[in-house]
Design a protein around this ligand. Sequence first.
Ligand code: NAI
Length: 479
Amino acid sequence: TRNGIEFAVADLEAAEFGRKEIRLAEHEMPGLMALRREYAEVYPLRGARVSGSLHMTVQTAVLIETLVALGAEVRWASCNIFSTQDHAAAAVVVGPHGTVEEPKGVPVFAWKGESLEEYWWCTEKMLTWDGEGPNMILDDGGDATMLVHKGTEFEKAGVVPSPDENTSDEFRVFLQLLSASVAADTGKWTKIGEGIRGVTEETTTGVLRLYQLAAAGELLFPAINVNDAVTKSKFDNRYGIRHSLIDGINRGTDVLIGGKVAVVCGYGDVGKGAAESLRGQGARVIVTEIDPICALQAAMDGYQVKKLENVLGEADIIITTTGNKDVVLVEHMAQMKHQAILGNIGHFDNELDMAGLQRYPGIRRINIKPQVDEWVFPDGKSIIVLSEGRLLNLGNATGHPSFVMSNSFSNQVIAQIELFTKYEEYDKEVFRLPKKLDEKVAKIHLDALGGELTKLTKEQAEYIDVDVEGPFKTDHYRY
Ligand code: NAI
């Protein structure tokens, strides 16, 4: 704690560098800056106490400071152990008007390279406010939401289940943390859950978890699915990945991508961006899919569609983008080429069988540098694994660039305002933002790029049965 602000970051002295990059990012985030202007004197988030769990990057710093500008109090943690940019975390703590000696910003609990224990400690700190708890969650991947839900569930039951041999390391640490707090018998998580008006969720994986909770009737508060705003998933997941996938591979390995065979597992929004990113560098790209529609899309886009087991011997790079588990198993890894690169860009590391790799008889791990490991099989052949199987664009590089995140985060801010101010109108279910707001976010960013939008005449609008001012598409339109 310094100047009354609690924090845990790597190096507060890095704040000046962070502030410079935040200043540059603000210009590249016209959506967030427009929201700051629009609500300059309204403060729609006054009274909001937002607990945020989302990659603590420069772009997120601009999001956090937008929430603050709109009146919110905020506490933050990263949603991944490798994704924090330490200078951004420091700058957020110091704040635009503070100094290292006298920080005036926001409590942040995040640094690059946390252990799992530290990760869950940070997540708990971010949710633990002095006095009253948070009344809003802003989540990415659903870990903060899960902590509140599982905590409430175990408090009601009075016990925390013990881990068995199938429990992942991550969940084991999570259960340890909850055991301690449930044993303390303070009803902490139940109280936090009761105080929350809603959660806004950033990503595909977190949204899936929310729909599962809602279907089971277990959702404790309403949720807005930000991911499925068109200006989020069709832009961030795709064009963001197109930029940041090769950024991660290049910073991690600096291996020439052109001419190599790259396999992209999954051809959803992220997979489409990943394949394009690699093709843009001249790689020969092969796609694996389980869904015939996405597989056909890949074929029509000019990629070969194959089963993973049939391309292991030729792949120089394999990237998973599925949001599913067990996509590349250790048996697959053992058949990869010498010094082939393996990485995941989906939300959780269980897309790759990292546990199986660690247990493989005779395996040796040589750390090359942070977030780059060479795993040597007993026959002497090795593969290069990025970010220990965690999302490599944030582990090996700096994630998506500002402009695309401005789209995503504008939706986040709008969703936070919506749930904070109108929570009583929402049931405990998962909602999406109205299309009109999606179009508004797109318009701001189109204007910033100097794009000219054609205006419908009244007659044209009537002919295609839309309003002159939009929305321009039906809800089932797929873009
Ligand atoms: P999506 O649902 O659009 O795409 C996933 C695709 O993987 C689907 O087409 C599905 O059919 C396919 N798939 C599922 N299991 C498969 C398997 N065993 N083999 C091959 N294909 C399989 O989801 P989206 O939006 O593309 O997100 C994917 C993941 O990326 C999620 O975990 C999401 O949270 C994460 N994400 C990561 C970002 C980052 O910056 N690293 C940014 C945005 C999303």
